[in-house]
Unconditional design. Sequence first.
Length: 271
Amino acid sequence: MDATPFFESAPWFTSSIFVTIIVTVALLILCRRTTKTMKLVPTGGQNLFEALISGLYDMFEGIVGKHMIRHVFPILATLFIFILAANWFGLLPGVGTIGFGEITGPAHSIEHIEHPLLRPASADLNMTLAMAALFMVLWLFWTFRELGVGGFLFHVFGPKGGLKGTLAICLLPIFIFVGAIEIVSIAFRPVSLSLRLYGNIFAGESLLHAMSSLGDKLPSPFSHLLSVALPLPFYFLELLVGVLQALVFSLLCAVYIQLSTSHDEEEGHGH
């Protein structure tokens, strides 16, 4: 489950970090080449790039609202595009299957890859937890900027539904208890975000490896054929899972922003 460090002197530089660098550089080069010469009537790569950005913008704007989209769209779009690219990169041949392991048998073959050279970035809990923690720091910044510290505390612990007077005072202990539960749920958001993405991608990686090794006990021609044929249907499933997990992660981030920053907009409409 642990990613393999490339150098003993730098244990942080692991196989998953290396894949992260490859994916990031590839995305930067692709975006740069696509938008280097912008045309009024887009074609080819520019058309695809603008359609992706426009679609993501409209989707996130419908969740966070017009007053927040220009602030939060860069991070939400980056999370979706990076997670999608990292998930699909993990499906390339050689990722997770080329590396070092125990040499067994008379043919001196490696039976099990214990230390892959390339490891899917999303199958490393360090990566998913880092993205979730970074988002929560930005979420706190946006929330406090919109509501202020006092406004945020009132939003969490204060009376709901516009209650005022004696009824609000009587129900205040209940609102405080519910607010305490909400604080606990907010604290667990990085854990749920990171474990959901990590678990699905790691499970998909393990499933593909298991399918490719089901025919290892058969004679050579059949074992090689089954190692390709059996995982093939699951590759299409993992392509879909890669999109869904990128969507789930980014959409949940957008929902968290909407839940904590829509207070001012609602009050503005009320006035």
